[in-house]
Ligand binder design. Sequence first.
Ligand code: HEC
Ligand code: HEC
Ligand code: HEC
Ligand code: HEC
Length: 191
Amino acid sequence: MKSFWKKLWSQPDSKWLLGIPIGGFLFLAAGAAALATFNFSLHATNTNEFCVGCHIGMDTVVEEYRVSKHYSNEYGIVATCADCHVPQDFIGKMKTKISSGIKDVYKKYWVKDINLANFDQEHRLRLARHVWEAMDKQGSKTCQSCHNPEKWNLQAQPGRARNNHNPEMWAEKGVSCVDCHTGVAHKKPFR
Ligand code: HEC
Ligand code: HEC
Ligand code: HEC
Ligand code: HEC
């Protein structure tokens, strides 16, 4: 047995193998496979199918989203669940996936406290507050992957929007998109 492991890491005799130990090849192959799996999982858990599969039947956010302008509009641009709820930067993405991933699976399959009958009255506001808090922390950055305030044509916006779309004023007041815009993809919760 010992000689097997030794052989794995010793230089091969044949020069066709470039003197690289077999173990080196195996090590690289395992690394590449792990990386591919990791990338695949990151991608697969960002699709609407993934989110919808769990939320439909438990609450009503999916149905509300599907009649919102962020799902169906004249431009054919679809904002996915993850576009708004999962940060794009690597650290933010990993944090969101790990923390809410563990909690959501636990709540869905063990606690099972949310259902269609009690969602609106007993859970929506609590969960919405959780989202607002997370959005405040990241300055509603996920919204800005599509709505970039630096590229806004303010003149084309109605007066009420123009007067309020002032990032300097937002910084002074400590507000971001979701402080003024609620219910953009789901029924508006009462605050
Ligand atoms: C395993 C099932 C499951 C999957 C998959 C899932 N969710 Fe959830 N989600 C839940 C449960 C359960 C809750 C309620 C958590 C609670 O009560 O605190 C929840 C809560 C939420 C909330 C409310 C705020 C919060 O942080 O708790 C948001 C937003 C959310 N999910 C978005 C998503 C998005 C986006 C996806 C896809 C990337 C997704 N969910 C995939 C089960 C799931
Ligand atoms: C994937 C791109 C995308 C993302 C992400 C996105 N939006 Fe939008 N949003 C759009 C498009 C496209 C429209 C235009 C829909 C229309 O007018 O028909 C729109 C319209 C709007 C409107 C006006 C229509 C309405 O529903 O009131 C508001 C307000 C808005 N978005 C706010 C937000 C906020 C807040 C966020 C973050 C929570 C966000 N958007 C994230 C693409 C996006
Ligand atoms: C200080 C409050 C405030 C903040 C912060 C704010 N908005 Fe608005 N926004 C408004 C108001 C008010 C309107 C006009 C709504 C109306 O007339 O119904 C508006 C309108 C809009 C519209 C529709 C514009 C149109 O042409 O009709 C979009 C899209 C929008 N906001 C996106 C955003 C996004 C994305 C952010 C963050 C980057 C943001 N807003 C931050 C107050 C705000
Ligand atoms: C355009 C951005 C946007 C999209 C797309 C979006 N959400 Fe949300 N979501 C929000 C915001 C902002 C809130 C905070 C409450 C509010 O203002 O409506 C929220 C709240 C929630 C909540 C808490 C309960 C509630 O009603 O407030 C859940 C659960 C949720 N979203 C899940 C999802 C799922 C699942 C999808 C895809 C089917 C999705 N969201 C798509 C922006 C979005």
